[in-house]
Write a protein that binds this ligand. Structure first.
Ligand code: ATP
Ligand code: MG
Length: 774
């Protein structure tokens, strides 16, 4: 029929337009980043609506995240107006399956008001089953079982369909426990995330009439980010699309980054076999990024072997090269990025100012976020963390903080409740109730109540003994806080270790455990910047406060995984070091699989940037309380010289150790960029007189062992030339970030006694002060 002229068709290129106008039959849009796949998919939905092919509630549109769904809804709204409000089936797989399952719950033995368990609930339930089965939970933690079961659910395998190769899972008891778990969920009228899809697939398979009804109802199916669908999602889509075959999938094999969670890039590569006669549309023009950014991203991904390969071009002006900068350590990286963001906001390098909403920091691992959160908070730079809780909201961090809070304030009852049985001390609900009653009767804190309850043997047995140990330890830690015996950093570490909290996660075999331990280390590291536990807790209270306020312009901090599909004028990509990115795990595996997924992640990261991409790495990071140097990421070597500008670290304090101190490791890009720069800077004698240079010498002098985690001569990557002998001397005027200006009145080890002009006399770690004029 006559297709009304629609403005949304006008801003599409011919290939996109073909994808939008090929309304019937299977369509695959397979194209690189930023080529307008999502834009075309959105226009296609608008077109279906305006041409009357489907009513809003007859379109099934699947996105990868809720954020993506919201954005798509807004974009469609702009094209078709309020019709978008009638689209209940635009959302994530999970959101759509919840709706379907509520309608047909009884077909799988549930009631429509079933509850959805989160990961913690899931693990708690599995723990009960593991215990009931008499399995040694230390060797076979429930979290590991949860991981195994999730894996099966991703592959759409119920307990009755586990392949022989998998029956040995979880000490040969995995399959039985899986069956028991499913039975238990049913009794509880509950489902976990994986069940949402699994149950709906089961319903479709067992009830042809129900399936047929939805096959007719969903006249058009559209899927974004198809490369990251898992087998269960794939089967679900195929069942629904079988009848009319009006399915349009878009994706990019180079952006498949969820293999670790069961995604099958094979799904997208197999599309033409699954849907013979599919129109395959390739888009090659990138509208998002400048040529330098695209060139850099393209070169990185070209190093992968297993890929289809695509051409990408852009008509945009050349723009800025990808900037590359190395830093002394992670803290300095965060500091530099904070300042660079402030500069961008004002407009730098002759560029228009970039608002904070247009700036993102994309990290490989969530534990990297902490240093950025702290830094941005310190300089008052508004930020938001997207996807996943902020650092201080994470379970393990809250637990650890509860220990610190109780050690500082023994009457903090909320903190007591949180940790009295974490790790498990054999205290049941009844024991905890007893403590509460005793505390109330005696009008004392829960901690005091616990002491009374154990002394009077109201709480006895194994739990009572462990409780006594806990109470005594807490009193000892409190004493130390009061007496300021050990440094607060040592004390914090001691509390985590002696309480058994560290061991709890060390014994935990789940995939998250390693990350949680990393986060705990980050937490202890963060303490170094404060002068007491108390001061630290106050700081965190501020961070938390900042968390509740919303609205307004903010920098986004998120993982690379969470950044999929998004775009920002300026993107920071910190932590490009071997062992962090690519992750140690992917390097240890040896094979290509893990490493290639990491490389796709690098590609995703770079291609988020519209105008500015800044890659950075730190020569030193603290690992296990020791400074370790690391090599710049191998991905840095894959960035072509012609697209990269190597920046010399300014040295935040005026000079720069980029000059003579930086020995560049294996990276040809770095060597090329640095060589000329080094020569130039070395020629500037004033460098050696600058405060930055003096500071570096001082730092390198203090405890080289600490700094490098090994002898300086052995260190790899960035090293500082620590030969000169000048250092702080008594009477020097210095500046400390927290306490301001002061004069050195004494020194001991790596600590300085400083008489601060405002804050009085304090002992501070030498590396946190810089020389000040006067
Ligand atoms: P990714 O693979 O990262 O998800 P994508 O292929 O989905 O990327 P989009 O997000 O749809 O790409 O588009 C990238 C940018 O290019 C958006 O800002 C979009 O508005 C713009 N764009 C897409 N197509 C065109 C076009 N034909 N003309 C002008 N701008 C376009
Ligand atoms: Mg997209």
């Amino acid at each position: 029929g006559a297709v009304p002229r629609a403005p949304y068709l006008d801003d599409l290129n011919p290939a996109q337009r073909a994808a939008v106008e090929a309304l019937d039959g299977p369509v695959l849009m397979l194209a690189g980043a930023g080529t307008g796949k999502t834009k075309a998919l959105t226009a296609r939905i608008a077109h279906l609506l305006t041409t009357g092919r489907a009513r809003p509630n007859e379109i099934l549109a699947v996105t990868f995240t809720n954020k993506a769904a919201r954005e798509m809804r807004t974009r469609i709204g702009r094209m078709v107006g309020e019709a978008v409000e009638g689209m209940p089936w635009l959302g994530t797989f999970h959101a759509i399956c919840v709706k379907l399952l509520r309608r047909h719950a009884e077909l799988v033995g549930l009631r429509s008001n079933f509850t959805i368990l989160d990961t913690d609930d899931q693990v708690r339930l599995l723990k009960q089953l593991v215990q009931a089965a008499g399995i040694d939970e230390k060797r076979w933690p429930a979290r590991q079982l949860a991981h195994v079961i999730d894996g099966w659910k991703n592959r759409a395998l119920g307990p009755d369909r586990i392949p022989v190769g998998d029956v040995s899972a979880f000490d040969g008891k995995g399959v039985d426990l899986y069956a028991a778990y499913q039975a238990r969920l049913r009794d509880l009228n509950a489902v976990d995330f994986g069940d949402l899809l699994l149950h709906v697939i089961a319903i479709f398979k067992a009830h042809e009439d129900v399936l047929a009804q939805y096959q007719r109802w969903f006249r058009y199916i559209l899927v974004d980010e198809y490369q990251d669908t898992n087998i269960a999602q794939y089967l679900w889509l195929r069942l629904l699309a079988q009848g009319h075959r009006n399915i349009c999938c878009v994706g990019d094999d180079d952006q498949s980054i969820y293999g670790w969670r069961g995604a099958e890039v094979g799904n997208i590569l197999r599309f033409e076999q699954d849907f013979p006669g599919a129109a395959v549309i390739r888009l090659e023009q990138n509208y998002r990024s400048t040529p330098h950014i695209l060139g850099a991203a393209g070169a990185v991904i070209a190093a992968n072997k297993g890929r289809l390969g695509k051409t990408l071009w852009t008509s945009l002006n050349e723009g800025e090269k990808v900037r590359l900068i190395g830093h002394w350590d992670g803290e300095e990286e965060a500091r530099w990025i904070g300042e660079e963001i402030e500069a961008m906001q004002r407009g730098t390098r002759g560029m228009d100012p970039i608002p904070l909403d247009g700036i993102a920091v994309l990290v490989r691992a969530s534990h990297q976020m902490r240093s950025f959160e702290d830094r941005f908070l310190t300089i008052g730079l508004p930020y938001r963390v997207i996807g996943g809780p902020r650092f201080y909201e994470r379970q393990e961090i809250r637990d650890a903080m509860a220990y610190f809070r109780l050690a500082v304030s023994p009457d903090d009852d909320l903190a007591f409740e949180r940790i009295v049985n974490t790790p498990k001390r054999g205290l049941g609900d009844k024991a905890v109730q007893t403590i509460q009653v005793v505390a109330r009767q005696n009008r004392v804190s829960l901690l005091d109540g616990a002491r009374i309850a154990t002394d009077s043997r109201l709480v006895a047995g194994k739990g009572g003994n462990e409780l006594r140990v806990f109470v005594q330890a807490m009193e000892r830690w409190h004493d130390q806080v009061v007496r300021e015996g050990d440094t607060h950093v040592e004390l914090a570490q001691m509390i985590l270790d002696e309480s058994g909290y560290t061991a709890m996660w060390q014994n935990d075999k789940s995939p998250e455990a390693a990350g949680r331990l990393e986060n705990l280390k980050e937490l202890v590291k963060a303490l170094e910047q404060f002068d007491s536990l108390q001061g630290f807790l106050e700081h965190v209270a501020l961070v938390m406060d900042n968390a509740s306020e919303d609205g307004g312009e903010k920098v986004s901090i998120m993982t690379l995984h969470a950044a999929k599909g998004l775009e920002f004028p300026a993107v920071f990509l910190p932590g490009w070091e071997d062992g962090l990115f690519p992750s140690q795990r992917s390097m240890d595996e040896g094979g290509l699989k893990g490493l290639e997924e990491e490389r796709r992640l690098a590609y995703v990261g770079l291609t988020r940037a519209e105008r500015v991409a800044i890659v950075s790495f730190a020569g030193n990071r603290r690992v296990h309380g020791q400074w370790q140097s690391s090599l710049p990421s191998r991905f840095i070597d894959e960035l072509p010289k012609e697209h990269v500008e190597v920046l010399t670290p300014p040295g935040l304090y005026g000079g720069g150790y980029g000059a003579a101190g930086m020995a560049v490791g294996a990276s040809p890009v770095l060597q090329a960029g640095m060589a000329s720069d080094l020569a130039e800077r070395a020629a500037r004698a004033d460098v050696y007189a600058s405060p930055g240079w003096r500071r570096l010498q001082a730092r390198a002098q203090v405890r080289p062992q600490d700094r490098f985690g090994r002898e300086p001569g052995e260190s790899r990557g960035l090293t500082i030339d620590a030969t000169a002998d000048s250092s702080f001397t008594l009477g020097d005027r210095v500046f400390h970030q927290k306490f301001g200006y002061g004069r050195i009145v004494g020194a001991e080890g790596d600590k300085l006694d400083i008489a601060f002009e405002k804050a009085g006399e304090k002992k501070v770690v030498a590396k946190f002060v810089v020389p000040a004029p006067g």
